[in-house]
Write a protein that binds this ligand. Structure first.
Ligand SMILES: Cc1cc2nc3c(=O)[nH]c(=O)nc-3n(C[C@H](O)[C@H](O)[C@H](O)COP(=O)(O)OP(=O)(O)OC[C@H]3O[C@@H](n4cnc5c(N)ncnc54)[C@H](O)[C@@H]3O)c2cc1C
Length: 405
């Protein structure tokens, strides 16, 4: 909380001038802080008379030597581990090798012992297992309690969580318990020798790549989107259950009774109809504003089907109601990493390209030879998509017929 010592305030207006959120006003001859305050504390530094004070004090810098290792949240649903977990493990191993730190996982669920053993195959130093009926389905309050318990006992320097629906709900809750920083939706991670995590993510609508460092507190929390990092490879191929020394790396943990009480009751679980996700697609044909009419998307659908892939779109097409949000590639949509993506009538705005530029092969079709997408593409076709897409479909069909002959 911030408060103003009115006796010291001479109404110079410096705080009003420098507050980036417009959170300071002069009302009836007194400076007041309004609800727009984000506690950035810039006013504290700029007030010449030191009239603004933080009543909760300023936190002391954590002793970073007391925190060691990288802890990954292994997300599961009904025992199935979300693949983002393997991507986080892969990145953690790379970062940990630079600091000589251990890599561990926290795994919360019910009847998950076998899956926990499976995680050890990725060369983890330890898996903290919270296996209880109450953890069968995600419930924010008790999952947070388990996560807090694990961090308190293992004191990791870095905590990585997938930027999934569960991860986005859980990570901020846990970070708040430790009054530490959280950087959401990181696209690149690196680490300094002193264990400061360099968290890189697009900011200001994707116009800059911000580097964020949580220097003063530990642990450092980051969420990472699915399909952004390389998956970890198995390091052990034998069934782990027969390697007794590996069993020591599984640590079964339990919480005190009062920490297991949830205020959330799961009444029923209705599985969503399984739909194809563009994040999983190996081949994508993506359409942008170069498409003149909703019905013309059928042309892209045909090409996608011939290639055994899926269609996707840019944000303007979703906003026009031509495609569902689940088909949107980009910063405010999904990240994709297919083997092949063909972009049709897409200009190549950074908000789009930053979420598809890890594709193995990018082919762009655009009638403007100066379109920025050609800087991202491996192969470019300058021309009208209405001519090129049917031509490609025809060639693929012909190729198939030739193969059959
Ligand atoms: C905070 C923020 C978040 C955003 N998030 C996203 C996001 O998640 N995803 C996203 O896509 N965008 C996002 N955007 C919008 C983004 O900035 C672009 O406006 C958008 O990607 C442009 O879409 P487009 O390439 O389809 O359209 P345009 O930029 O209009 O490009 C159309 C292209 O089609 C070409 N063309 C036209 N006719 C033909 C033809 N017949 N044949 C071949 N080429 C043709 C044109 O030369 C042009 O290059 C976001 C913006 C902001 C500010």
């Amino acid at each position: 909380m911030l408060s103003i010592n009115q006796n010291k305030c001479d109404l110079c207006g410096k705080c009003i001038e420098t507050c980036p959120f417009g959170a300071m006003d002069i009302i009836e001859g007194r400076v007041v802080i309004n609800e727009a305050c984000k506690m950035c504390r810039i006013c504290l530094k700029t007030c010449p008379g030191k009239a603004i004070v933080a009543t909760d004090g300023i936190r002391e810098k954590a002793n970073i030597n007391n925190w060691k290792g990288i802890l990954v949240f292994a997300e599961q649903l009904e025992g199935q581990i979300h693949p983002v977990t393997l991507e986080l493990i892969g990145k953690s191993k790379e970062l940990a090798s630079k600091m000589n730190h251990p890599v561990t996982c926290i795994f919360i669920g019910h009847k998950i012992k076998e899956k926990a053993e499976g995680l050890l195959e990725y060369g983890l130093d330890k898996v903290f297992v919270y296996d209880h009926k109450e953890f069968e389905y995600y419930r924010g309050d008790i999952y947070t309690n388990a996560f807090e318990h694990c961090i308190t006992r293992s004191k990791p320097s870095i905590v990585l969580v997938g930027a999934t629906s569960v991860g986005r709900s859980l990570a901020p809750r846990v970070a708040t318990r430790f009054r530490t920083g959280l950087t959401a939706d990181c696209t690149t991670l690196d680490v300094k020798e002193n264990s400061d995590l360099i968290q890189i993510r697009p900011a200001f609508g994707g116009n800059i790549m911000a580097q964020i460092v949580t220097e003063h507190s530990r642990p450092q929390f980051a969420t990472v989107r699915y399909k952004v990092m390389e998956k970890a490879q198995k390091e052990i191929n034998l069934p782990v259950s027969i390697l007794s020394e590996m069993q020591d790396k599984l640590e079964f943990c339990s919480l005190p009774k009062n920490k297991m009480k949830s205020s959330i009751e799961v009444l029923n679980v209705i599985p969503k109809e399984k739909e194809l996700s563009i994040s999983e697609a190996e081949v994508i044909v993506a359409g942008g504003r170069g498409i003149r009419d909703k019905k013309d998307l059928a042309m892209l659908e045909e090409l996608a089907q011939l290639l055994g892939g899926q269609t996707a779109v840019t944000r303007p097409l979703v906003e026009a109601g031509w495609a569902p949000y689940t088909k949107q590639i980009g910063l405010s949509g999904r990240t994709v990493r297919p083997r092949l993506i063909i972009t049709c009538g897409i200009s190549g705005a950074v908000q789009f390209t930053s979420c598809m530029n890890s594709a193995q092969c990018i082919i762009a079709i655009n009638k403007n030879k100066n379109a920025p997408i050609f800087k991202t593409a491996h192969y470019g076709i300058v021309g009208d998509l209405y001519e090129i897409v049917p031509l490609l479909c025809g060639m693929i069909r012909k190729g198939r017929i030739m193969d059959a002959v």
